[in-house]
Design a protein around this ligand. Structure first.
Ligand SMILES: [Mg+2]
Length: 484
C-alpha cells in the first residue's frame, strides 16, 4: 500500500437535488426530493434540507411525502445530470489517466499516477483546487476524501460531506476505523452486517480482534479474507480506468419484477456462471466483477469489485457478484440483472491454447462493449407530458419549469438559473404557446468574461481559499448522513 494520501474520492453533494436547486432559484434552501413520482416511485436524491425530515434515497416516495409534505417533488432530468457529470469527469481526467467512475456523481482518481500529487501537501492542494474548479465550472459542490487506499478515500469523502475535504493521514487509519460500524467497510451490506452482529461483531475493531480464521469461518474464504484485510486498513485495490476496459457481460430482463431476495440472489448466481462461460469461451479472464441492477422504477445501479488478479473461476465470480448484490437495495423489485467481468487479460495463465482462441474470438466480436457508467431511463410515457420539474418555454413568458399538473392544467414557474425566484402561472395542458424545452446551463459565461455562478454569488468561485482545511475538521463539519 502506498504511504501518501494520493487516492482521491469525489462525491458530489446531493447531486440531483443540488442540480435542481441550482436550476430553480425558488428551490434554493428548500426541501427538494428527486425521484419516481409514480405509485411505486422511490427517492433518488433528497436535498440536505429534506434530509432534516428523515427523507433519504431509496425510500418509497409515499413515505417521503408523509415526512416532508411541503418539499418540492421532482421527476429526474437524467440527460441534464449526465451532461453535468461529464463536466465533472472531464476535470477529474485532467488530473490523472486513472479515473474510475462509480456513478454519475462519484469517482476515484489516482493522483500519483497523474503526477499531480506525491505527498500529503500536494494531494491536499489538488483536492482543494478540484473542489474550486468543480464549483466554478458547474456551480455545484462536491466533497473530497484523500487517503492511501480506495476504501479510506471513500470513507474520508463521506466524513467530509457536505462541501468539505478530509485527508486521512497514513498511520492514523487503524485508530480512525476501529470504532466505526462494520457497515462502513465495502461489501458489508445489511445481510453481512446482521450475520456479523449475531456473532457479536459490530465495529471494525471487533473484526480485527476476531481474527482472520474466525472471519473466514463466518463469511467464507473470499469474503472473510477480504474483510479482515479491510478492517486492518489493508486495501491495495488499484484505481482502474473503467472507460478503456473491455468486458464480457450477460444480462436478463424479467417480464415480471422479481421481489423475492432469494430469487434475486439465485438469478445473480446463474448470470455469473453464464458470464464465466462466455469469458472462458473467448479465452479471457478479468479482474473487475460488475453487477448491474435495474430496479422497478428504472433506476439502474452498477457496482464493481476489483480482484487482485484476473480470474475465470466461476466460484470467484459468483462470490464477488453475491457480495456486490449485498450492497444493493432491491426492495420494491428488480426488472433487470446483469453480471460482467472487465479489466480483461488476453489469456488465462494456465491455458496457453486459450490465447489463440481468445484472439480469434475478439476478432469475431462476441465480446460486447459494456459501459460501467450507470444508465437511467426515462419514466413511462404517461408521466412524460409535463413531468414535475422539467423545463418548458412559453411564447410570451419565456423559460420556466413545471411545478405541477393535473385536471387538464399545468402550473409553471418562470425562472432561470441566474434569475430571481420567479412567478407561477397556470395554463391548460394543451396550451399551444407552451412547449417542452432544454435545460439552461447552470453557469453562464458573462459578457465581461468572468463566470457567473447562480446562487453562489460572484465571489469565492475561482480562487483557492487561503487557508486549507485541517485533517478531520472537514470544512463542512461532520454531519455526514446518508449518501449520496
Ligand atoms: Mg453524491
Amino acid at each position: 500500500m502506498r504511504t501518501s494520501p494520493t487516492i482521491l474520492h469525489l462525491d458530489m453533494d446531493a447531486f440531483y437535488a443540488s442540480v435542481e436547486q441550482a436550476s430553480k432559484p425558488s428551490l434554493r434552501g428548500k426541501a427538494v426530493v428527486v425521484g419516481g413520482l409514480g405509485p411505486r416511485g422511490v427517492v433518488a436524491t433528497a436535498s440536505y434540507e429534506a434530509r432534516v425530515f428523515g427523507v433519504h434515497s431509496a425510500m418509497p416516495m409515499g413515505q417521503a411525502r408523509r415526512l416532508a409534505p411541503n418539499a418540492a417533488y421532482l421527476v429526474p432530468r437524467f440527460h441534464f445530470y449526465r451532461s453535468i457529470s461529464e463536466q465533472v469527469m472531464e476535470l477529474l481526467r485532467a488530473l490523472s489517466p486513472l479515473v474510475e467512475p462509480l456513478s454519475l456523481d462519484e469517482a476515484f482518481v489516482d493522483l500519483e499516477a497523474g503526477g499531480v500529487a506525491w505527498d500529503e501537501r500536494s494531494a491536499r492542494l489538488a483536492g482543494v483546487k478540484l473542489r474550486a474548479d468543480i464549483r466554478a465550472v458547474t456551480g455545484l459542490t462536491g466533497s473530497v476524501g484523500l487517503a492511501a487506499s480506495k476504501m479510506l478515500a471513500k470513507i474520508a469523502s463521506e466524513e467530509a460531506k457536505p462541501d468539505g475535504l478530509v485527508v486521512i493521514e497514513p498511520g492514523t487509519e487503524r485508530a480512525m476505523l476501529g470504532p466505526m460500524s462494520v457497515r462502513t467497510l465495502p461489501g458489508v451490506g445489511p445481510a453481512t452486517g446482521d450475520h456479523l452482529r449475531r456473532a457479536g461483531i459490530t465495529t471494525v475493531e471487533e473484526i480485527a480482534e476476531a481474527g482472520e480464521d474466525e472471519l473466514v469461518r463466518l463469511l467464507g474464504k473470499a469474503h472473510g479474507h477480504g474483510l479482515y484485510a479491510m478492517a486492518l486498513a489493508r486495501d491495495d485495490r488499484p484505481v482502474v480506468a473503467e472507460r478503456e476496459a473491455k468486458s464480457v457481460s450477460v444480462e436478463d430482463t424479467y417480464d415480471v419484477d422479481i421481489h423475492d431476495r432469494t430469487r434475486v440472489g439465485l438469478e445473480v448466481q446463474r448470470l455469473a456462471e453464464r458470464c464465466v462461460r462466455r469469458l472462458r469461451g473467448a479465452g479471457l479472464s478479468g479482474r473487475t466483477i460488475v453487477l448491474k441492477v435495474r430496479r422497478y422504477d428504472f433506476s439502474t445501479l452498477t457496482r464493481s469489485e476489483t480482484l487482485r488478479g484476473p480470474t475465470d473461476d466461476p466460484a470467484v465470480v459468483r462470490e464477488a457478484a453475491a457480495r456486490l448484490l449485498d450492497s444493493v437495495d432491491t426492495t420494491g423489485g428488480v426488472r433487470l440483472l446483469g453480471v460482467g467481468v472487465s479489466g480483461l487479460a488476453d489469456y488465462t495463465q494456465e491455458d496457453l491454447f486459450a490465447q489463440a482462441a481468445g484472439e480469434r474470438a475478439v476478432a469475431e466480436g462476441p465480446v460486447e462493449e459494456h459501459s460501467v457508467a450507470p444508465v437511467e431511463e426515462p419514466l413511462p410515457l404517461a408521466e412524460r407530458r409535463w413531468p414535475a420539474g422539467h423545463d418548458v418555454r412559453h411564447a410570451e413568458f419565456g423559460h420556466g419549469w413545471v411545478q405541477g399538473s393535473g385536471l387538464g392544467r399545468v402550473t409553471v414557474r418562470f425562472e432561470t438559473p441566474d434569475s430571481e425566484p420567479g412567478r407561477v402561472r397556470t395554463f391548460r395542458v394543451d396550451d399551444p404557446d407552451l412547449e417542452a424545452a432544454d435545460p439552461l446551463p447552470l453557469v453562464l459565461r458573462g459578457p465581461e468574461g468572468g463566470d457567473r455562478v447562480p446562487g453562489v454569488g460572484s465571489q469565492a468561485v475561482s480562487s483557492v481559499p487561503a487557508s486549507l482545511p485541517k485533517s478531520w475538521s472537514g470544512s463542512g463539519g461532520g454531519a455526514a448522513t446518508s449518501r449520496p
